[in-house]
Design a protein. Sequence first.
Length: 230
Amino acid sequence: MRKTSRVVLGVTLLLASVSAWAANFVAPEQIDFKATLPAPAAEDSLLTRAELDVVAQLQRDRTAAQTELARNPPTGDVFAFAGAVLGAWFTKENLPQTAALFARIDDDGRAIATAAKAAHPERRRPFLVDPRISEPTSRPGGSSYPSGAGYNTAVWTAVLATLLPEHADALRARARFACWTRLMAGVHYPTDNAGGQAVGAAAAKIILARSEVQAALAGIRAEIARARGR
């Protein structure tokens, strides 16, 4: 089977699995991927070469601590992402209602990320393109564009900033930092992160407009107040 045929088949299967999935708050078809996600630059373009230079330099200059962050990025869940900003009280054990809401948000995110990547299936990861870039300890599959970490951190930031507006700037900085660790790992280009964040911002707008989510946030504010007061 030729490469193009394999890609088409893979995209078809991915989209079939997404279409069979029931959304919690936002569905892939609610996001205009064509308008939100410009096509990534070609692999042999000047832009892609410039992006590869950035990734290679980040890897060359990273410290031991940054190398560890590249191996274990703070993007596993919202608690790993925001704990360093919000403090030791921000845990799933302290905040079961918060954890339940974000679990549903993340469930939607997996389907949206799958659909977004299916729109641009052939963008290879930097470590597969440039021999200067070291192979990560964990090899993510699928298209590089857009970044799932970019999507998740944008959604998490938007929802948390609604709950804790005094931390909005710090959370946005944390999102940029978390995406930067994916560059240091060699698994994304800068424009992958920008694309993921753009899709995440579009999804967050839809999520926060849901009355069910607003009702959940009212209860979560009380839960947060109790956790912070302990």
